[in-house]
Design a protein. Sequence first.
Length: 344
Amino acid sequence: MLDKVKELIGDVKSFNATTKDEVEAFRIKYLGSKGLLKDLFSEFKNVDAAMRKDFGQALNNLKQSAEGKVAELNDALDSSTSEKSFYGDLTRPSEPIELGSRHPISLVKNQIIDVFNKIGFTVSEGPEIEDDWHNFTALNLPEYHPARDMQDTFFIEQSRGNFGTDILLRTHTSSVQVRYMEENQPPIRTISPGRVFRNEDISARAHCIFHQVEGLYIDTDVSFADLKQTLLYFTKEMFGKSKIRLRPSYFPFTEPSAEVDIYWGLETETDYRITKGTGWLEIMGCGMVDPNVLKNANIDPTKYSGYAFGMGIERIAMLLYQIPDIRMFYENDKRFLEQFKSVL
Ligand code: DAH
């Protein structure tokens, strides 16, 4: 009898379980109301008096071992399930981390900055909420000048008759030219990227909010040839195209002024469509800074000359990535934005 109890103690000690059900079955087998211990305790009265002490000790030992085993296994299973719910299944393959992407406007802006950085242009910025002086008057666009009609303006505060104090959303980044010249004396080489605003109807080709990059170069003896060479360098780096033409144009802040076309080619159907069958594409405005503008910004026009240019970032991004509608830039459609993941 004693041997049987000792054997059971050995069984209890070596028992292991992987589920709570197994632990419960074990508990019922040993400690349940019809379990082995109950039977053994009822055998107690049949045991020889001389053996009773040892038998009793062995039974207590078995009981404690069984109770201890149940508690120990339950604890172990509880902590392993709570670990699982905390960490999840540790053997599962890791979740793919979603990579974000830069917005195409930022990509193109950064590319333009890189190209001009290489030839010594710094980056400068100015406010989006601008005053009349920096957006118009200093740029040779005095009040009531008809050229102001070229840019429909969002006014924030229009002060009647109080010359030059209107507050508005800048219509172009040329305003930063003036601010930069007011703060810095030549030599000046700077580009100014930024957001601009015009009160225009929204369509596939026009938006009331868009982005420009302005360029400004002021030094002694700067000529139109310097401007042309810089533009040629830019179009080569940016588009891989090395044929440009400068068409005479008009901007109040430059004299002479020109529009820059690049020869895009006529190789594909898209080339035909975007160049309207000519092979040429207009990409920016430029010119030699008007001496009046230099004077307005406290730079001596008898000593210095310079050139300026301005381009639309959306337009360049549309060309580079064949984007058919300018509104796509502002819709935040993930299917559109995710296509730029591979571009750095
Ligand atoms: N500010 C002009 C526009 O928004 C673009 C421009 C043209 C800028 C000629 C210039 C320039 O600096 O020289 O249409």
